[in-house]
Design a protein around this ligand. Structure first.
Ligand code: SAH
Ligand code: SF4
Ligand code: F3S
Length: 440
């Protein structure tokens, strides 16, 4: 038998890319590749890229530059670019970096075996189509390897919302939901392989409306069906849009036993004027109403969000409105970004704010968020939570895992295994994690 070829994949961007990278490794597994953790010995290097902000795309080019030496040493090494930069700039990448052999967009991963074969025959391969077929269905070549306790499962891809700053509708295409039965089969398979927690993914996951028994299924219906799978202990989903936060989904947060009390619900800005210019189709008030309903359904819900500062025409007053909505919403986690001009999006054409104004606002916003994050974490002390253990900690006898609210928790205890779900009393709040003790 010939030696397996070695595949190194480097993943950037969102969780959907993490999921896609797993699927790409599986697709190339059928071509005799095994995945390795460093690029040095690789026969193929794949960069699974992100285009969301300018820096993200620039990283790809500098990373490619680092492989020049490897490629010179080993002419058989194939270098591929996948993901959202591949979709947006495929041909330019081929021009700018002649060392790239393969470019594949996010909707064409099931064609990787053919594309790889093409590169082996000395040709360049480029595929940035939006094919009709369901790439995940074609990627059925799944080895039944044992898995860790947590997994991602993409249920929906693409976006039709066209926020004025965002490239996703262009790189990922129109919104498509996978059929419910296929998702449930994949979930059962993951559970058989050791998975205890599944995070359902989509660029707009709560807009999910997949074909299922008896018609169209909502995300809430899908979650309830997952709730019935024995051995699956926890369900999460991300990322959601406020306008798709339907009543059945809000209610599920109060009643569905396996749905965790955590929700990532980005609002981006607290100013209605800016929200309108962003084409978000919601107001600050309508967002706060949803939060109120969610907390009525599930009082201990930990909220997380995304914010953009320095969007074109954002005034100090607009920015203050963003700080106000942060104060009103009270986040357990939040991710904040300086607005980054994306060519081809509507906001790129507008008057841009100076960099120092953006920097200053980002700092002030992050100071507030850090305060809230710390307060939310400290408030867990004395409480009893579920913890799904994932791996040994830094100290001997220590195990770490995630709480129901997604806080990192470490516990000193004998006999705990990855995959164990235990009740834990939180005893201390550290810088980035909580310490707890098993509840007998
Ligand atoms: N679909 C998700 C988010 C996708 S992108 C949603 O609608 O919420 C993840 C985050 O990146 C966004 O929430 C936004 O805060 C940020 N982002 C997207 N485009 C950006 C840009 N051009 N500049 C800065 N941040 C951006
Ligand atoms: Fe981008 Fe807006 Fe779609 Fe989210 S909803 S992916 S921010 S266009
Ligand atoms: Fe980035 Fe594409 Fe995800 S642009 S955030 S990898 S959908």
């Amino acid at each position: 038998m010939s030696e397996p070829k070695k595949l190194y994949i480097k993943t950037y961007g969102c969780q959907m890319n993490v999921y896609d990278s797993e699927r790409m490794a599986e697709a190339l597994g059928g071509q005799g590749y095994v995945e390795i953790q460093t690029p040095d010995d690789a026969d193929m290097i794949l960069l699974n890229t992100c285009h969301i902000r300018e820096k993200a795309a620039e990283k790809v080019y500098s990373e490619l530059g680092r492989y020049k030496g490897l490629k010179a040493e080993k002419p058989d090494l194939k270098i591929g670019v996948a993901g959202c930069v591949a979709q947006a700039e495929g041909e330019e990448i081929m021009r700018r970096q002649p060392m790239v052999d393969l470019v594949v967009g996010p909707q064409s991963y099931h064609r990787l075996p053919e594309l790889e074969a093409k590169t082996r025959s000395g040709e360049k391969a480029l595929d940035t189509d939006f094919p009709e077929e369901d790439k995940f269905e074609v990627l059925k070549n799944r080895p039944k390897a044992k898995r860790g306790p947590t997994a991602f499962l993409t249920v929906q891809e693409g976006c039709d919302k066209f926020c004025a700053f965002c490239v996703v509708p262009y790189t990922r295409g129109a919104e498509v939901s996978r059929p419910a039965a296929r998702i449930l089969t994949e979930a059962r398979d993951l559970v058989e392989r050791g998975v205890r927690e599944i995070t359902l993914l989509g660029q707009n996951v709560n807009a999910y409306h997949g074909a299922g028994e008896g018609g169209d299924w909502s995300l809430a219906r899908l979650i309830w069906a997952l709730n019935d799978i024995d051995g699956l202990e926890r369900i999460r989903f991300t990322t959601s849009h406020p306008n798709d936060m339907t009543d059945d989904l809000i209610e599920a947060h109060g009643t569905c036993p396996k749905l965790m009390p955590y929700l990532h619900l980005p609002v981006q800005s607290g100013s209605d004027r800016i929200l309108k210019r962003m084409n978000r189709q919601h107001t600050a008030e309508s967002y706060l109403v949803i939060i109120e309903k969610l907390r009525a359904a599930r009082p201990d819900l930990l909220l997380s969000g995304d914010f953009i500062v320095g969007f074109p025409e954002e005034t100090e007053e607009d920015f203050q409105a963003t700080l106000d909505i942060i104060r009103a919403s009270n986040y357990g986690y939040a991710y904040s970004f300086k607005y980054s001009t994306r060519p081809g999006t509507p906001a790129a054409e507008r008057d841009q704010l100076p960099e120092d104004v953006k920097d200053d606002r980002l700092q002030r916003l992050q100071a507030l968020i850090t305060e809230q994050q710390k307060a939310a974490q400290d408030a867990m002390v004395g409480k009893e939570v579920g913890v799904l253990f994932e791996k040994p900690g830094r100290l001997p006898g220590q195990m770490v895992g995630k709480s129901d609210h997604l806080h990192a928790v470490h516990v000193q205890a004998d006999g705990l295994q990855p995959g164990n779900l235990r009740r834990v009393r939180i005893i201390e709040s550290g810088r980035n994690s909580l310490a707890g003790a098993l509840v007998e």
